[in-house]
Design a protein around this ligand. Structure first.
Ligand code: AR6
Length: 181
């Protein structure tokens, strides 16, 4: 667990290996969505499977969303209060991909703060089907987090849930390098 000092106190940043659909102690989990907010593979598949058909129904009214955009829904059968759906950039196609990816993290954290949530869990958006290389994506995620940290009034705990040991190790290296520079 890393602690980042902010204007309004401290922000816990935690990196774990796990399943984003099984984070019962977090107020919101983030979905690496598709534009139509439908169930897919990877994160979107796991979240929709665990949330049940009510999530898909609620999502229908909010789709489509654009790359870099985030929207918030109830969590239905997931053990959280909310799901925040982010459409990450398809690497090499949606440009500028770093800014679009940063926008996902910024908008998701803003939505969580607007709802006065204290904890949010993120997957590594865009690093699966969408092909964004893991280390550069992690750098964008953490730089955005450090950039917005002072503006967050309610969010106090951010967890990155990585699917593999390798992805976890890469995220740990990238975060450490950024904090030590
Ligand atoms: N928990 C945490 N991380 C996971 C999980 C899980 N259950 N499953 C996969 N990952 P992806 P994207 C990791 O493909 O790249 C979908 O079909 C995975 O190893 O879920 O943003 C959507 O419908 C990778 O590191 O999201 C979209 O069409 C990361 O989560 C498209 O794929 C993101 O992989 C979105 O692609």
């Amino acid at each position: 667990m890393t602690t980042v000092k902010t204007n309004s106190g401290r922000l816990k940043v935690e990196l774990v290996r796990g399943n984003i659909a099984n984070q019962p102690d977090m107020d919101a989990v983030v979905n690496a969505a598709n534009a139509s907010l439908l169930p897919g593979s990877g994160v979107a598949g796991a979240i929709h499977r665990a949330a049940g058909p009510g999530l898909e129904e609620e999502c229908r009214g909010l789709a489509p969303i654009a790359p870099g955009e985030a929207v918030i829904t109830n969590a239905h059968r997931l053990p959280n209060e909310y799901v925040i759906h982010c459409l990450g950039p398809v690497y090499g196609q949606d440009e500028p991909s770093d800014q679009l990816l940063a926008s996902c993290y910024r908008q998701a954290l803003q939505l969580a703060d607007d709802k006065k949530l204290s904890s949010v869990a993120f997957p590594a958006i865009s690093t699966g089907v969408f092909g964004y290389p893991v280390a550069p994506a992690a750098r964008v995620a953490f730089l955005t987090l450090l950039d917005v940290a002072d503006h967050l009034r309610w969010v106090k705990h951010i967890r990155f849930v990585l699917f593999t040991e390798d992805d976890l190790a890469l995220h740990e290296q990238v975060l450490e390098a950024l904090l030590n520079q």
